[in-house]
Design a protein around this ligand. Structure first.
Ligand code: N01
Length: 541
């Protein structure tokens, strides 16, 4: 049981636990369950939001949906829930994912060890006691031997500093902190950003608004999602195959529940290539289109160009206005996080939907009435939605005060860009485990999270079994992992485009590798190898 005592160093009341978990998203929820129920540790989970759900608590923008299919956008650990949980669509919109996560928390009675509405601002390691003290915005403090952070990969919102932003008199929302009760009827709405989020918002609100102006900095390749109702027969089939489904997912590259292609695009005839692209366009899903069509779309420029050409052809077919089609047609490689949609390009055939290409006419300033672009046009708007993304991966860490051994800060440690060993641990920050930290797997997140949380649980169990008090990555292991991640990323085309995947979306942020792109299966194997080699690359003392 936790102990409460007054610390000698300051007069605050500090409650001590075996482990503290931060964040009540997919990661934190599962970590709390494993540490509390399987290892029997006293745990406290701290969460900034007023409810659980993490990403799915905050991202309540219109159209918000996971683009991983429903049957693999969930935990694999709770076999009962896999059999019982009902859903009726091939993808889950935000309210459904949130409801699912709330049900997991209820079922496993996790809420009693959570403190919601508590924003952690500081985490400090104490060399003498070998514990972490976590301080919240309200001044309350909590101490734990182990600290696991599930801060979210994509949760520190990016609101670009447009001139005159405060002058705008209309409604302003960032998709990552979207309020309830927003209405669109009769309004002139501007959307800035056309990533996964922007594409969903635009598709969802175009039929509702009086007028929609899309401010696009980069045109995007998007394929249909294939969103559809599913029936009882579909559910029965999935449920009967779950063991096989999860072992395939955790052994695959992306973890999206489809089998990735092993065929290079140029090894087949142009007709066959076209047929396979069309077949996958019809099935839907962005990851399936990028990784299920051919093995080398994200790696070989010629294969990539073939996919680009196919999607560009679709844009030309779908979008009737040639000027809109021109603006919507990407010219860069297809090497950002793949998108899918429920009729995105089709929305531009509506008379009430316009597109402004920002490279041609950049935003000069916000005005009282709207947005003025460099061609002198003032776009009058009642509402602006910022779908401008996130300071991804390390963003949330860099916004906090985090001090490790000898007072080293995370900002100092990551001065040249965020690094880690295995995407979870950092030398000089003993007993700190980051779920989805830098250089973790680039994959469907729920199974990626489970693989990490299970490994973290084993690492903590091993430390306790040895009667040790610290578990810490070696500096050399971190260096080698950084090199490995960079080498793998360099075999792909992803570094050739600017996106959050390399930190290129944030002005001034160092452009650096932030993912292990070798696939979820290979990543899981590395974790198993490290563990079976007595946690090679770590010092347990
Ligand atoms: O963010 P993004 P997101 N002026 O960074 C533009 C996951 N996710 O929230 O491309 C003008 O991708 C920026 O332009 P550019 C998913 O992993 C999943 O959409 O940088 N524009 C871009 O168009 C995803 O990848 C789901 O040139 C500016 C957009 O804003 C990740 O979250 C749904 C700008 C930002 O796109 C992030 O997605 C939603 C500026 N100053 C999110 N700054 C699903 O599962 C940025 N932009 C479906």
């Amino acid at each position: 049981a936790p102990t409460t005592e007054r610390q000698a160093t300051d007069e605050r009341q500090v409650t001590t636990y075996d482990a503290i978990v931060i964040g009540a998203g997919f990661g934190g929820i599962y970590q709390l369950k494993r540490l509390r129920d399987d290892l029997g540790l006293s745990c406290l989970l701290l969460e900034k939001g007023a409810g659980v759900g993490g990403t799915w608590f905050w991202n309540r923008y219109p159209g918000a949906m996971s683009d991983t299919e429903s049957f693999v956008y969930r935990y694999s650990f709770d076999k009962e829930l896999l059999q019982e949980w009902e859903y009726d669509t091939s993808y889950l919109h935000q309210p459904k994912v949130l409801k699912y996560l709330e049900a997991v928390v209820d079922k496993h009675d996790l809420a009693k060890d959570m403190l919601l509405g508590t924003e952690v601002t500081e985490m400090k390691y104490d060399d003498d006691s070998q514990t972490w003290t976590v301080t919240a915005a309200d001044g309350s403090a909590y101490t734990g031997r182990f600290l696991v952070t599930g801060l979210g990969l994509l949760s520190a919102t990016n609101l670009p500093d447009f001139p005159g932003l405060d002058d705008f008199a209309g409604e302003k929302y960032h998709t990552g902190a979207f309020p309830a009760g927003v209405t669109y009827e009769g309004k002139r709405v501007g959307v800035i950003g056309t990533g996964s989020t922007g594409v969903q918002v635009i598709t969802a609100i175009a039929p509702q608004v009086e007028h929609l102006t899309v401010f696009q900095r980069s045109a995007q390749y998007s394929v249909p999602s294939g969103f559809a109702p599913v029936d009882q027969q579909y559910l029965d089939d999935v449920r009967s195959r779950y063991d096989d489904i999860w072992s395939q997912v955790k052994d695959s590259i992306c973890g999206f529940g489809f089998v990735e292609s092993e065929t290079p695009a140029m090894s087949v005839s142009p007709q066959e290539r076209q047929r396979i692209f069309q077949e996958n366009w019809d099935k839907g899903n962005g990851f399936r289109f990028m990784f299920g069509t051919f093995s080398d779309i994200a790696a070989d420029p010629e294969a990539n160009e073939a996919a680009c050409e196919f999607i560009r052809g679709k844009i030309a077919e779908i979008v009737k206005d040639p000027e809109k089609a021109r603006k919507l047609t990407p010219t860069q490689p297809y090497a950002k996080r793949p998108l899918c949609d429920a009729g995105y390009y089709e929305r531009y055939n509506q008379d009430n939907v316009d597109i402004v290409s920002l490279p041609e006419t950049p935003i000069e300033a916000f005005t009282k009435k709207g947005i003025r672009t460099a061609d002198g046009v003032e776009h009058e708007l009642d509402m602006v939605i910022f779908a401008t993304g996130f300071d991804a991966v390390d963003g949330n860490y860099m916004r906090m005060k985090i001090k490790g051994r000898d007072g080293e800060t995370i900002q100092q440690h990551w001065a040249d860009g965020p690094t880690s060993y295995l995407g979870m641990t950092v030398p000089n920050f003993p007993n700190l485990f980051m779920i989805l930290g830098p250089n973790g797997p680039f994959a469907n997140l729920p199974p990626a999270i489970e693989v990490q949380v299970d490994w973290i649980t084993d690492a903590i169990a091993q430390t306790l079994r040895q009667g040790a008090t610290t578990f810490e990555a070696d500096a050399k292991a971190e260096e080698d992992w950084t090199v490995t991640c960079k080498e793998i990323a360099d075999t792909t085309l992803f570094p050739k485009t600017d996106s959050w995947i390399f930190g290129a979306n944030i002005p001034g942020k160092k452009n650096t590798v932030m993912f292990y792109m070798g696939g979820l299966g290979a990543y899981g194997q590395i974790l198993r190898d490290v563990e079976s080699n007595d946690f090679e690359g770590f010092t347990i003392t």
